[in-house]
Design a protein around this ligand. Sequence first.
Ligand code: FMN
Length: 410
Amino acid sequence: MCNSTLLKPIKIGNKVVPNRFAVNAMEGTDADEHGNPSELTYKRYEKFFEGGSAFIDLEAITCQTECVSSNNQLCIMKENEEALTKFVKHLKAINSDNVFVFQLTHAGELGNPHFSKALRVTKEPLPGYEHAEFIDEEKVEEIMQQLVEGAVIAHNAGADGIDLKLCAGYLGSQILRPFNKHEWKYGGSWENRKQFAIDLVERIKAAVNDPDFIIGSKISLYEGFPGGQGTMGPDSAVMDLTESIDLIKTLEEHGASYILTTCGAPMHTLNLVKPSKEDPYIAYLGQYFQKVCRDNMKPETVVIGGGYSIFANGKQPNFHAVLPEKNSLLFWGDKMIQDGVTDMIALGRQSFRDAAIPKKLAEGKEDEIKWCSGCDQCSLLLITPNYTGCVTEPYYAQKIPSALEFLGIK
Ligand SMILES: Cc1cc2nc3c(=O)[nH]c(=O)nc-3n(C[C@H](O)[C@H](O)[C@H](O)COP(=O)(O)O)c2cc1C
């Protein structure tokens, strides 16, 4: 039996869960034509639940279909409630010793105009998003109402809580970041921008009205481009975490039980979001953001640190000045918890490859863990009209040639 800190219990909200592993939100773009979980969605999540992780973040799920960033995204509207209830019941019957949250998402300017609309809140478009339709306060109010209804449906469906997506360049980020500079209800001053997060949390709390329902948020502490979250101002890329720190403290004050950390935005600064084989050491930067959260929040607010997959078994090439045995996912996860940097570790691509790390560790079968190679073919499938998953599974591997053709790559 492994005595890693990773196998120690922890309390999230009012629930104690058995270990420090989290499955990060990973879109599979495999919902059925109604936005309900399909057979493929069931298969992916069954593996997550069988694997024994203490926290499972249901991928980006949309509360409307007017503005979405990917095809076949899961939906959370009234008409999806029955299917989602069945889904949660099925998964919780496999394993209920976890916190299962739904990641409520709105794409905003990232809405794909080929099959939906792109909507922006900034008068001046972010370069590259000139095509997005500028929306007014009334429309933002409508979107907030949809997100609140999404939270109520998540609660009715049996989810333990929600993850408010304030990261990755989606609508939450678009509102919070300094680039949202013109004065409006949720724009201009930081006080205005952060009010969006406050109103959202307060309205969700009032609508759900259940003290056991967990509210938390995945946050990009630093988006890494001019005017992004965690920068000095609308036209500066210089890192300044003042607003990000105030955001996590504000969310905590208003009842957030956890913060899931990330950085970057996939459409703008992809390598920050997911450290790659070419520049794996970006994962160390992620540890810094986790420490910033841990240092600035109450001990009971759980920090879930992301970006650990690339460490794998420690043998990933392009890491320098470090021994493989002191550079593995299990080494860093254990050390970061012991050092007070994070409380849990969230695994994205590794969860696609093998989500059973907690189970295998607990059973003394560490040598049976299958490690993510960092090939990033799951991301390739995500950005093409395909279902996505780990290409070590033949079902997903066979889709690679058509994905490359779609992108015009030979
Ligand atoms: C295929 C794929 C799908 C993803 N889907 C989501 C998503 O739905 N929501 C989200 O917040 N992040 C999403 N991400 C980002 C991951 O949750 C995670 O932050 C990132 O992959 C870094 O973690 P890792 O190094 O453990 O993979 C996705 C990443 C990939 C590769």
